[in-house]
Each structure stands twice: as structure tokens, then as C-alpha cells.
Design a protein around this ligand. Structure first.
Ligand SMILES: Nc1ncnc2c1ncn2[C@@H]1O[C@H](COP(=O)(O)OP(=O)(O)O)[C@@H](O)[C@H]1O
Ligand SMILES: O=P(O)(O)OC[C@H]1O[C@](O)(COP(=O)(O)O)[C@@H](O)[C@@H]1O
Ligand SMILES: [Mg+2]
Length: 327
């Protein structure tokens, strides 16, 4: 039996995602409910190394559930990648008697948490917080729903002006290695082509599709491309399209970081609250070094190394639907 956890810390790390605040609130209030001391670590692993750690109470998370970003701030920490950096970070936890850690972040942040466990035996639990939805073991990651709705709202607006001018728009959305934002926003806005890192669609195939549409006088077209697609992104695709189909009036929009901000959607607030609560329960019940996820509306606990290593599988059905509907 592992020793009972009595003092926990919570941090947000990697790219921020709308709903992270709701997760912090749930961790703090659940921890306090169970009589734990709860500490907040500022700026992810950087704050852990620099001893930027403070005790939280119920009031420290008041009025944040509706706010985007993260009150704990976030960072990508180079120093934490080294054993020396992690040693420094861990020393700042043990001097306060912190014996459990909740990490809200993505695959990189979970890799860091796993290292803390392997090197020092610290019990950790991960909460999936990433707009990219690139984690195995959960149908939801905090921030994805908000980000994809932001993308849809923006692409709808682009569609209006594309239609008014008979233009081709190539819209780049976020997604470093994962195409979920592109797939979901592309389907929801009726995009003619969707390019994602997981699928091997070439720019030549897109050109062939556009050229066929040009012949039948379909000039308004929308391409949604994930930033991580092998083409290198919207600007690269536009260059090739302009060379090969000079009659098309081609424009590029890169949505960028606006997809990471804004007030979280109801779904993101709900899943963040539920995951935050279960993360603390997990630490208390000795279910350590797992990521809390939701699969088929039930809580699912996936060992961190599996959540990091395995890839979510794209449904072939969605890919077929895209091809049929985008004609
Ligand atoms: N292999 C690793 N060892 C230790 N820490 C890591 C490792 N990979 C990532 N991290 C830590 O997690 C942070 C966030 O990772 P990153 O990949 O940028 O974001 P995300 O968690 O959103 O995927 C990194 O800046 C680093 O501090
Ligand atoms: O703004 P940054 O820090 O350069 O990060 C950009 C990356 O962060 C993301 O928004 C989210 O990625 P993570 O969840 O892995 O942090 C990616 O889609 C994007 O490629
Ligand atoms: Mg990541």
C-alpha cells in the first residue's frame, strides 16, 4: 500500500487551453474538501525549479471557471528536461512536504511528470489539457471544444467573404502533430478539402480536385489545413496553387493563437471540473501515475506512459464522410 497523500501541488504546463482554470478550481476545492493542503506551482515546471509555489485556498480559485488561459500561468521548461533541473524542482516540493502532484497539460508535460515519479517516486496524476486532443485514453481533452468552436466561428466568417468574391481560401488551424481541430472544424464548416498530419493527402491531389471544380465553375472553395500537415502549411500550399491554377483567386488565413484563448465552452468547463475532482480522488485512492480521461462517458485511468506513447486512432468513417460531403 502506498503512503496516504496529504499535501498536493497542481500546475499547468505546455500550451494553455481554455478550461484549465476550471480544472485548477476543481483540484483545489476537492483537495480541501478531503482535508489536503493544496499548493499552486506558477509557470509549470519552471516555477517548480524556481520555487514559485504558493498555498491555495477555496478563495484563490473564486471567479475563474469562466476565464480562458490559466491563473497559474504556463511555460515550456528547458531546464526541467535535465536530471539536474528536476532534482532542483523536486527539492522545492519536498521541503514543503508535498507528496502528490496534479499536472494539467499534454504529452510533454506528462513525460515530465513520469520522470518525477521514476526518479523520486512522487505520485502524479495527469489531466489532459491541450487544444490538440492528441492524447490516447480519452474522448475529451480540456480546451479542444472551445478551440474548435473558435475555429468554426472564424471559418464561417471567412466563408462569407470567400463567397462574395468567388475566392479560394486556405485556412490554417493549429495542431502540431494532430489533425483533430482541422478535421472537426473542416467538417463543421463544409470545407472542400481537409489536410491533416495523420493522412497522406498530397497537395497534388488537392490541385487535381480544385482543377476539376474550376472546370465546373465552382470557384468558392475552402481548404482547412492543420499546421502540422506534411505540406508545411497554408502559405506553402497557396504558392503551389497560385502557380498551377493562376485563374483562382487564392487567399490565406492563419488562425494561430486566437484558437487558444477565450472563455471556455460549457463542455470544457464540465470535463475540466469532472477530471479535476477525479484526479484528486485518484491520488487519494493510490491510483498513481495515470491520466484521468473520459471514454464513453465513464472515467478511464490510463497509465501515463501509455497515454504519451499510444496514438488516438482516427475513425475511417469520418474520413469517408469528409470525402463524400466535400464534393
Ligand atoms: N522528455 C521530457 N523530460 C522531462 N520533461 C519534459 C519532457 N518532455 C516535455 N517535458 C516538460 O513538459 C513541458 C511541456 O511539454 P510540451 O511538449 O511543450 O507541451 P504539452 O505538455 O502541451 O505537450 C516541457 O517544456 C518540459 O518542461
Ligand atoms: O504557442 P506555442 O507555445 O509556440 O505552441 C504552439 C503549439 O501549441 C499548441 O497550440 C498546443 O500544443 P500542446 O498542447 O502540445 O502544447 C499546438 O497546436 C501548437 O503547435
Ligand atoms: Mg503536446
Amino acid at each position: 500500500m502506498s503512503k496516504k497523500v496529504t499535501k498536493i501541488a497542481v500546475l499547468t504546463s505546455g500550451g494553455d487551453a481554455p478550461g484549465m482554470n476550471a480544472a485548477i478550481r476543481a483540484v483545489v476545492r476537492t483537495g480541501i474538501y478531503y482535508g489536503l493542503e493544496v499548493y499552486g506551482v506558477v509557470r509549470g515546471y519552471n516555477g517548480m525549479i524556481e520555487d514559485d509555489i504558493f498555498k491555495m485556498d477555496s478563495r484563490s480559485v473564486a471567479n475563474i471557471i469562466q476565464r480562458g488561459g490559466t491563473i497559474l500561468k504556463t511555460a515550456r521548461s528547458k531546464e526541467f528536461m535535465s536530471p539536474e533541473g528536476r532534482q532542483k524542482a523536486y527539492a522545492n516540493l519536498i521541503k514543503r512536504g508535498i507528496d502528490g502532484l496534479v499536472v494539467v497539460g499534454g504529452n510533454g508535460s506528462f513525460t515530465g511528470a513520469l520522470k518525477l515519479h521514476e526518479e523520486f517516486g512522487l505520485p502524479c496524476v495527469g489531466i489532459p489539457g491541450t487544444i490538440d486532443k492528441d492524447l490516447y485514453g480519452t474522448d475529451f481533452t480540456i480546451g479542444f471544444d472551445t478551440a474548435v468552436n473558435t475555429a468554426v466561428e472564424a471559418i464561417d466568417k471567412i466563408r462569407d467573404t470567400a463567397d462574395a468574391h468567388d475566392r479560394l481560401f486556405i485556412v490554417e488551424v493549429m495542431g502540431r502533430d494532430a489533425g483533430y481541430i482541422a478535421l472537426h472544424s473542416g467538417i463543421a464548416t463544409g470545407a472542400e478539402h481537409i489536410l491533416i498530419p495523420e493522412e497522406d493527402t498530397s497537395v497534388e491531389e488537392v490541385i487535381a480536385g480544385l482543377s476539376e471544380k474550376e472546370k465546373r465553375k465552382k470557384l468558392v472553395n475552402l481548404i482547412v489545413v492543420a499546421e502540422g500537415h506534411k505540406s508545411g502549411g497554408a502559405n506553402h500550399i497557396a504558392e503551389i496553387v497560385k502557380q498551377q491554377l493562376p485563374n483562382l483567386d487564392t487567399k490565406v488565413t492563419i488562425l494561430g493563437h486566437l484558437q487558444r484563448g477565450g472563455s471556455p465552452s460549457c463542455i470544457d468547463r464540465l470535463i475540466a471540473s469532472r477530471m479535476g475532482y477525479h484526479a484528486v480522488e485518484s491520488l487519494l485512492q493510490g491510483r498513481h501515475n495515470v491520466m484521468v480521461g473520459i471514454l464513453d462517458n465513464a472515467m478511464k485511468y490510463t497509465p501515463l506512459e501509455i497515454a504519451i506513447r499510444e496514438k488516438q486512432r482516427f475513425s475511417d468513417e469520418w474520413l469517408k464522410i469528409v470525402k463524400i460531403l466535400a464534393s
